[in-house]
Design a binder for this molecule. Structure first.
Ligand code: FAD
Length: 284
């Protein structure tokens, strides 16, 4: 099934997982999926490392296992460094394994440099997929603006291009202050971006990880979030529980204000996903 169909029926609740590092046992992801499948996922998406690497081969395999559980899956596909023939190959592989949904991305530019491929921006990949296959296409968006963008206006214009090229659903970068999401939604409406937008929520599990993530993606750390990390940084259980409470609070507010969907960045941690699901499932 193509996931765009879901949004007219309900508030979508989805999860994101990543393939385990080659150094980790591959079974960990299957244990995670086994637990997530009991948390009524509308779909589960699987990330794909743009800079290459062995665990990329796992992305499509994991997406296909998710399908075998009777759950819709979305395969992420960053185009940086890919040629058209690489993409043709990946599209036919996805078709063969029955994955109908793609999160089409550019990918982060590797610091060590890379060999440019046939696609400069995600919009070019989206257009190519639209012309060369029957896939539902999702794209990424940034409530606080993408880190490379000259301005929020330019960012929205580029986002509109992705939608005009064929993205029929968007998922946001993580954010810790819902007001950024609400003003982003207003900018989208003004720009005529009318596709469903899922809010990407990442529960904090440890201070270092969140500091790294937010400096990479430019997410603002609100005062009360910083205070929480400061207080519990040396108490992992308290940090985990506070992180679950903070993310739950964000989600309750988003659902109350009519969000199209919640995309939970699970960090492959089914305990946290379960706690959040249990707290909010009656609201969805
Ligand atoms: P684009 O939409 O191409 O935008 C990149 C930059 O170029 C932006 O600043 C944009 O404003 C600008 N731009 C776009 N079009 C134009 C144009 N025509 N002219 C001038 N400027 C333009 N990365 C991975 O490697 N693997 C993953 O699995 C992955 N999953 C993600 C999932 C989500 C939900 C999100 C939000 C991000 C994910 N990322 C992933 C990270 C993503 O690859 C990076 O944020 C990347 O830097 C931008 O990707 P994009 O698809 O948004 O790029």
């Amino acid at each position: 099934m193509k996931i765009a169909e879901l949004f007219s029926r309900k508030t979508v609740f989805s999860y994101e997982v990543f393939p385990p590092k080659p150094s980790s046992p591959v079974d960990t992801i299957y244990n995670t999926l086994n637990e997530l499948k009991d948390l009524s996922p509308d779909f589960i998406s699987v990330t794909y490392g743009a800079s290459g690497g062995k665990n990329n081969q796992e992305t499509f395999k994991i997406a296909s296992v998710i399908k075998s559980y009777g759950i819709e899956s979305v395969a992420h596909l960053p185009c940086i460094g890919l040629t058209k023939s690489d993409v043709d190959e990946k599209l036919s592989e996805l078709k063969k394994i029955g994955v109908e949904n793609i999160l089409a991305l550019r990918g982060d530019i590797p610091q060590e440099g890379y060999v440019p491929g046939d696609f400069k921006y995600a919009s070019e990949l989206i257009e190519y997929i639209r012309e060369h296959g029957d896939f539902d296409i999702t794209a990424a968006c940034y409530p606080e603006g993408h880190t490379e963008s000259a301005s929020k206006v330019a960012d929205i214009q580029n986002l509109k291009k992705k939608v005009d090229c064929g993205a029929n659903h968007l998922i946001t970068q993580l954010f810790f202050d819902n007001d950024y999401f609400y003003s982003f939604k207003e900018r989208c409406e003004l720009a005529g971006i009318n596709v469903p937008i899922e809010a990407g929520i990442m529960p904090v599990t440890n201070k270092k990880q969140i500091e790294r993530m937010s400096s990479l993606c430019g997410a603002t750390v609100p005062k009360k979030f910083a205070a929480m990390m400061e207080k519990y940084e040396n108490n992992p259980t308290a940090m985990r529980d506070a992180g679950i409470a903070y993310a739950t609070d964000q989600i309750v507010d988003l659902i109350s204000q009519g969000v199209d969907g919640i995309h939970l960045y699970t960090m492959n941690n089914p305990y946290i996903a379960r706690k959040i699901y249990e707290a909010v499932h009656n609201l969805i």
